[in-house]
Design a protein around this ligand. Sequence first.
Ligand SMILES: NC(=O)c1ccc[n+]([C@@H]2O[C@H](COP(=O)([O-])OP(=O)(O)OC[C@H]3O[C@@H](n4cnc5c(N)ncnc54)[C@H](O)[C@@H]3O)[C@@H](O)[C@H]2O)c1
Length: 253
Amino acid sequence: MRLKNKVAIVTGAASGFGEGIAKRFAKEGAQVLVADINLDGAESVASEINKDGGNAIAFGVDVSDSSQTKEMIDRSCEAFGKMDILIQNAAIGMRPTPLIETSEEEFDALFKINVKSVYLGAVHSVPIFRKQKTPGVIINTISTAAIRPRPGLTAYNASKGSLVTMTKGLSLELASDNIRVNGLCPVAGDTAMLDGFLGDGPKDESYNRFVSTVPLGRLCKPRDMANAALYLASDEADFITGVMLEVDGGRCV
Ligand SMILES: NC(=O)c1ccc[n+]([C@@H]2O[C@H](COP(=O)([O-])OP(=O)(O)OC[C@H]3O[C@@H](n4cnc5c(N)ncnc54)[C@H](O)[C@@H]3O)[C@@H](O)[C@H]2O)c1
C-alpha cells in the first residue's frame, strides 16, 4: 500500500502503459481517475479496478483541450476530495515517415496532443496543488525516442524531446512548492501504439529489429512502467525531481 490515501489522475489510462499504471496504483491504495479520450475503454478499466476491490472512476477527456483538462482535474477533486498525483501519459504515435514527408496536419496533431497537453495539465493542476499546500507529483510519459531517436519517427521523437525540456524546466519552477516533476522514458512497448511504429512491412521482422536494440532482450511492458511510476509517485522518491527515468532494458546506454 505505497499510495495509501493518495489520489491519482492517469491520462491515456484506457489501454497500454496508462492502464497498467492505473491498475497498479489502485492496488497500492490510490483512488484513481481513469482518464482517456476513449471513454468506453476508461470505463472498462475503472470497472475492473472496482471489481478488484479498488476505487476508480472513469472520465472522458481530450487532453489537448484546456477546458476539458480543467474539468478532469475538478472531477477528481469533487469525487475524491483532492489530487496528489498527475500522470500525463496520453499521446499519439505515428507510422514511419521521413520528417520532410510528414504532413503539417500530422505534425500539428503530434505537438497538440503530446506536448500542449502536458502544459495544460500543469496549468490546471498546479493551482490545486498550491491551494492544498500538500506535496504534488507530476509524471510525464516521454520515451527513449526523446533521447535515442530512431529514424522515420522524427516528428513524434521531437514532440517527446520537447517534453524532456518541459519536464526539467517545470521541476525547477515548482520545486519551491514541493511539486515534483519527473519523466518516464519507456522503450518501444507491447501496446496498441506499437503497431503504427512497426510500419507497413512484415510485422515480425520490424518487431524483432526493435527487440534486437534492447540489451535486456525484450520490449517494455505495462508492468515495467507501472513499477517505475509507482516509485516516482511514492514518498520513497520525495527527493527525486527533474529526472528522466529510462524504462528501456538498457536501450539508451
Ligand atoms: N508503445 C510504445 O512503443 C511507446 C514507447 C515509448 C513511449 N510511449 C508512450 O507511452 C504512452 C502510452 O502509450 P501506449 O504505448 O500505452 O499506447 P496506447 O495507444 O495503448 O495508449 C495511449 C492512450 O492515450 C489515449 N489518447 C490518445 N489521444 C488522447 C487525447 N487527445 N486525450 C486523451 N487520451 C488520449 C488513447 O485513447 C489511448 O488509450 C504515450 O505517451 C506514448 O507516447 C509508448
